[in-house]
Design a protein around this ligand. Structure first.
Ligand code: 5GP
Ligand code: ZN
Length: 119
């Protein structure tokens, strides 16, 4: 799907809405969450508009793999402590019952010293 005009994360990836950028390449953009739940909290998104993890197919495997392999590196760069004493949490809220508010696929990467984490 092309970039819908009303999608806030498409606009962030395109630079037309400002964000605190963490990382960018041809296909992926990462930026700090505006309302962080953790000392380190950034979002990884594909630049192409995909509404959620429920819409991915085989053509997205390389991009999803790239996002997951980037996450640990970016987490350390952003101040997460190293595994195993440190670490991070990755979440992708999907759909209404998954608590998704922005309808553009994103991975939350959250970490930093506790006590931010429950469970
Ligand atoms: P979810 O869709 O997974 O529930 O959450 C969307 C996340 O995007 C929220 O954590 C929210 O704080 C973040 N967010 C929403 N709008 C913006 C924005 O304009 N800029 C940034 N940096 N984050 C945003
Ligand atoms: Zn979008």
């Amino acid at each position: 799907m092309s970039h819908p005009e009303n999608c806030i994360f498409c606009k962030i990836a395109a630079g037309s809405i400002p964000s605190r950028k963490v990382y960018e390449d041809e296909h992926i953009f990462a930026f700090h969450d505006i309302n962080p739940w953790a000392p380190v909290h950034f979002l990884l998104i594909p630049k192409a508009h995909i509404a959620s993890l429920a819409q991915v197919g085989p053509e997205h495997e390389a991009m999803l793999g790239r996002m997951l392999t980037l996450a640990p590196r970016l987490a350390l760069e952003q101040g997460c402590n190293p595994y195993p004493e440190g670490g991070f949490r990755i979440v992708s809220n999907t759909g209404v019952e998954g608590g998704q508010e922005v309808q553009h696929l994103h991975l939350h990467v959250m970490g930093g010293a506790r006590p931010w984490l429950r469970g």
